[in-house]
Ligand binder design. Structure first.
Ligand code: GGG
Length: 351
């Protein structure tokens, strides 16, 4: 087993600049305690880079990332730059170039994290989001600009291969958990792509006899995440539906500040990317208020992916213990700063 991993770290914008150093400090310590090292390659890419170069990442940025073991990202998004420029200039090219077609987003209620769910109700939902096609498409345009009949057209692209591979990944996960897989659809209203989605999901999941698949309309499913989250386990969803559902599940679990995400190339032919689900949060950037849990947890997912499950377990136990002990950032109703919380995790890791 290797004793050193090369990780490209892109703190990016806003609170990404705060939560990523917090997470890398915890990752360095847990790595040291488990006898391996993380060699960070700092990439100061993102909106500031865009302001000085007109690009979110260098021309050869993807080539540079291709030689690393993984990418660790903070956030993209800036008040002065259109959101489509920041997202399509940095995160989406990485997901597509490295065929990170799975976006795995675990959401669960954690001890010490207040959730809007009443009493001791729990949520433990794994959203498996298709990550490189679907509604996130560059095909379309704006037409008849400036005329009263102006319109915009946006195509969604669903391929048999794309739907089948995300379904297989989700079904394998479901088989290892409760055997229950829910597929998010809208085939009553979206009459070309969604019936195709339903058909390929059904055919693919048939290869997993221990897994039952329920197709649920996205609107009803959103309500169910809030009203009956215990009935849900693994959800497979398109790019847009998965993005929305996972933010909703994070809010039901307590906060977007505790939601991690792995953008996986399951074949491991290319680096995978790990990031908190939250964005750059310009409203709180620079105040030291950001919750570093999502980034630390994303780091733990990265360690697991790199083949270091014991280190990942230790890291998850450490931030879990800190939360359970009552140290909380403002999004969770506490008063701990990003630095306070991180220090508490470092103390917990030192044992
Ligand atoms: N932590 C990554 C980040 O900044 N995400 C913001 C965002 O808008 N992401 C959209 C997406 O995941 O598709």
């Amino acid at each position: 087993m290797t004793d050193s991993y090369t990780i490209d770290v892109i703190p990016g914008d806003g609170i990404g600049q705060e939560v990523i150093p917090a997470a890398t400090a915890c990752l360095d310590l847990v790595a040291e305690r488990h006898g391996f090292a993380l060699h960070w390659r700092d990439r100061e890419w993102g909106s500031d880079y865009y302001r000085s170069t007109g690009r979110m990442l260098p021309v050869d940025g993807l080539e540079q990332l291709s030689t690393g073991d993984a990418v660790f990202l903070g956030a993209v998004g800036d008040v002065d730059i259109p959101d489509d420029v920041t997202l399509w200039g940095l995160l989406i090219p990485i997901r597509r170039e490295f065929e990170q077609y799975i976006n795995l987003r675990p959401n669960r209620t954690l001890p010490g994290v207040p959730s809007p769910l009443a009493g001791d109700r729990q949520l433990d939902v794994l959203v498996v989001r298709e990550n490189v096609e679907g509604e996130y498409s560059e095909i379309g345009g704006r037409f008849r600009r400036g005329r009263p009949d102006e319109f915009a057209l946006q195509e969604a692209v669903f391929t048999r291969q794309g739907i089948a591979r995300v379904t297989r990944f989700a079904a394998e996960l479901a088989a290892g958990r409760t055997g229950r897989l829910v597929s998010a659809t809208k085939s009553n209203g979206i009459i070309h792509t969604m019936p195709f989605w339903d058909e390929v999901v059904r055919e693919t999941a048939a290869d997993f006899p221990g897994v039952t698949v329920d197709k649920v309309l996205i609107d009803a499913l959103a309500a169910r995440v809030v009203s009956a989250p215990e009935s849900l386990d693994v959800i497979v969803a398109s790019n847009l539906f998965g993005d929305i559902l996972s933010d909703l599940a994070a809010a039901v679990a307590g906060s977007l500040g505790v939601a991690p995400s792995a953008n996986l190339n399951p074949e491991r032919e290319h680096p995978s990317l790990f990031e908190p689900v939250h964005g750059s949060a310009p409203d709180i950037a620079g105040k030291g208020w950001a919750n570093p849990v999502a980034a630390i947890w994303a780091g733990a997912m990265m360690l697991r992916h790199l083949g270091r499950p014991e280190a990942a377990d230790d890291l998850e136990s450490a931030f879990g213990a800190v939360l359970a002990g009552g140290t909380r950032t403002r999004d969770l109703g506490g008063s701990a700063s990003t630095g306070d919380f991180t220090e508490a995790v470092l103390v917990a890791l030192r044992g």
